[in-house]
Structures are given as structure tokens and as C-alpha cells.
Design a protein around this ligand. Structure first.
Ligand code: GDD
Ligand code: MG
Length: 345
């Protein structure tokens, strides 16, 4: 059994955050996003993990190395141009005879992979996809199953009409168990999508195709700024276990206020009468006196000057937020953004 993480997308919906930091390694609670998936796989005893890359592959390799730090073997496979999710699977599989766990690289989950594999084996399925319930399936792949979990219908990015035509509210969570037989449905070296091409073809051919309900496990696609922030909120309220200590070695003034939910990276400086509430600060962030950071994520080495207020925002690396600046709800600032004193965004 091996795993393949599809991590070659450009992360356009997360721009400007993904201009210099590819989506697979955006920090989530100050750790690269892909580490959470690597841990979920390692927990199920899956140590051979291929990463299928296309956008800024070198940065991802630099951060993750060969995987030995995390107790796994990582292999990087880079497409010269994006092959789509199906093409990337075929290219990375390289004629494998092994069952492969395939994951979209932007989903954050604490799924029990061992349980998923057991479900797949019990049904002797060729393909099993994990299902998550959502309120609005239109951004996802809508999946309808029968009582035994057999997939009846798969519609990627369904229209309002498609959604109205079914009672199903379960979507493709972007986690699959695929047998090598599926590789036969994918042409070599061509752009092919699992969601638009391969899954509909599986259904047409009547091959064993099942959906596994995620049940109580956590799941979120963090591919947009609002879902990225929401994932942090989920972590901070304890929906997923925090792995690292909330506050690392930092210089926090005794008169500063940092609430117990916030996570403060290594080497931050927080000056007197600053307030940090329900937020995550990356390493080396500097917060000047009387500034407020609330419900926000701030990446490494950014400076927030005195009397500034940052609320409900994501601020990239090495930004400069001037004095008395207001960064309001929903703002997303790319790396090195500089906001002059008294400005508002
Ligand atoms: N290697 C490689 N090559 N990876 C790719 C490529 C490619 O050409 N295109 C996309 N990926 C990777 C992305 O990096 C991402 O991790 C994953 O495939 C899914 O792509 P997204 O662009 O994030 O797709 P989505 O979020 O719109 O929809 C997908 O995920 C939903 C769940 O979050 C679909 O699988 C939906 O059916 C699903 O519901
Ligand atoms: Mg996505």
C-alpha cells in the first residue's frame, strides 16, 4: 500500500498568499499544510508517500525533505506541465501494482485511513471515495450512494439544477483508495481529470465504486482564504488536536494580553498593552504596543505597528502594517505588503 498526494495545483483561489508559498506548504498553525496529511497516513502505517507536484516544486521539497524527520519516505514527482488529477495519478503511479491512497493536497482531516482501507477491502472495490457532508455542494463533487455505499452518481461542480435533482448532500472529500485497475482508464501523458473524466467512466463501466462516509472525523478543504481562516478557528477551538505548544519561546510583555487560544510562533515580540485574541502568529512576528490582532493569522516576520488593528484577516510574510492602520475582516495581504500609517484596508 502506498499513498499519493496530489499537490500540483496553482492555488489560485488562495492568492496572493500562494504567490511565493505554494498551497501544499502554506502554514496551518505554523506547520506546512501537507504535514497533517503525512501524519494521517503515517498513523495508518503508510510510510511510502509520493508527492505529485507541478507548481513551485523546489520550495515544497526544501520544506519537507526526504520525510525522515516525520518517519516516512517521501518521493517527489514533478510534471513538466499540469496533467490534471487523473493524469498526475497515472504519471506518478508509473505502472504500480499496489493499491494507492490518493489525497487532494489541500484537505485538512483527521480521517482514520485504516478504517477506510478496511471498508474498501470488505467490498472488494476498485475505487472508494471518501464522502463528507456539506451545506452547499456546488464547489465540490456531488456524490450519491445507495444504502451499501455503492456510488450511483458523481457530478463535479454541480449546477443548482443538479443539486435540486438529488437529496444527497455528500461530496467528494478528495481522498480515494484506487486499485491499479483504474489506471487502465487513464490515457498516458494527457491532461485527464479524476473528477470530470475517470469517475464518470467508472460509473459507465459499472466497476466496483463505493463511497465511505467520513462520519465524525474532521474535514475541510483549505483552498480559499475564508476556509483557510476557518480551519484555524477550528483548530483554536479544539476541533482538531493541536500538536505543538500554543506559545513557544517569545518575548511577551507582562502587560500584553494573549488569550489562551492563540498560538504564538518562535521568537515573536509582543509589546505592552497589545492584545492577541484567537489568532496565530508565525515565527518572528513583531507586535507593537496597543495594537490589536483578533481572529487572524499572521505569517512569519511581519510587523504590526502601534495602535494598529487587524481583525479577521490573513497577513502574509514580512509585511509592514503601519501605526493606527485598520486591517478589516476578510482582508488578505500578500507577502511583503506595506501599509502606510493611518491607512485602512
Ligand atoms: N499534480 C497535480 N497536477 N495536482 C493537481 C493538478 C495537476 O494538474 N490539478 C490539481 N491538482 C491538485 C491540487 O493541488 C489540489 O491539491 C487537488 O489536486 C484538488 O484540486 P483543487 O483545485 O483544490 O480542486 P477543488 O478543490 O476545486 O475540487 C476538488 O476537491 C474537492 C474537495 O475539496 C475535487 O476533487 C472535488 O470533487 C472535491 O469535492
Ligand atoms: Mg481544493
Amino acid at each position: 500500500m502506498q499513498a499519493l498526494i496530489l499537490a500540483g495545483g496553482k492555488g489560485t483561489r488562495l492568492r496572493p498568499l500562494t504567490v511565493y508559498t505554494p498551497k501544499p506548504i502554506v502554514p496551518v498553525l505554523n506547520r506546512p499544510l501537507l504535514l497533517y496529511q503525512i501524519e494521517v497516513l503515517a498513523r495508518a502505517g503508510i510510510k511510502d508517500i509520493k508527492l505529485s507536484l507541478s507548481y513551485q516544486p523546489d520550495k515544497i521539497e526544501d520544506v519537507l525533505g526526504d520525510g525522515s524527520d516525520f518517519g516516512v519516505n517521501l518521493q517527489f514527482i514533478t510534471e513538466s506541465s499540469p496533467l490534471g488529477t487523473g493524469g498526475a495519478y497515472k504519471y506518478a503511479a508509473n505502472g504500480t501494482k499496489e493499491t494507492t491512497i490518493v489525497l487532494n493536497g489541500d484537505v485538512l482531516t483527521d480521517i482514520d485511513i485504516a478504517e477506510l482501507v478496511e471498508f474498501h477491502k470488505e467490498r472488494r472495490a476498485d475505487a472508494t471515495i471518501v464522502l463528507a457532508p456539506v451545506e452547499n455542494p456546488s464547489e465540490y463533487g456531488l456524490v450519491e450512494t445507495d444504502g451499501d455505499g455503492k456510488v450511483l452518481c458523481f457530478v463535479e461542480k454541480p449546477s443548482a439544477e443538479d443539486c435540486a435533482g438529488t437529496a444527497a448532500n455528500t461530496i467528494n472529500a478528495g481522498i480515494y483508495v484506487l486499485e491499479p485497475s483504474i489506471l487502465r482508464l487513464i490515457p498516458d501523458g494527457e491532461g485527464t481529470s479524476l473528477e470530470y473524466n475517470v469517475f464518470p467512466e467508472i460509473l459507465k463501466r459499472g466497476i466496483g465504486f463505493y463511497g465511505f462516509n467520513l462520519g465524525k472525523h474532521y474535514w475541510r478543504d483549505v483552498g480559499t482564504p475564508s476556509s483557510y481562516l476557518a480551519a484555524h478557528r477550528d483548530f483554536l477551538r479544539g476541533a482538531i488536536e493541536t500538536i505543538e505548544p500554543a506559545i513557544t519561546h517569545s518575548d511577551i510583555a507582562t502587560k500584553a494580553f494573549v488569550d489562551k487560544h492563540s498560538v504564538i510562533g518562535e521568537g515573536c515580540v509582543i509589546k505592552p498593552n497589545a492584545r492577541i485574541v484567537n489568532s496565530v502568529l508565525g515565527p518572528g512576528v513583531h507586535i507593537d504596543e496597543r495594537s490589536v490582532v483578533e481572529n487572524s493569522v499572521i505569517w512569519a516576520h511581519t510587523r504590526v505597528s502601534a495602535f494598529a488593528e487587524v481583525r479577521g484577516a490573513v497577513v502574509g510574510r514580512s509585511c509592514y502594517i503601519g501605526r493606527n492602520v485598520t486591517v478589516s475582516e476578510g482582508s488578505v495581504l500578500g507577502d511583503k505588503a506595506s501599509l502606510p500609517d493611518y491607512s485602512t484596508v
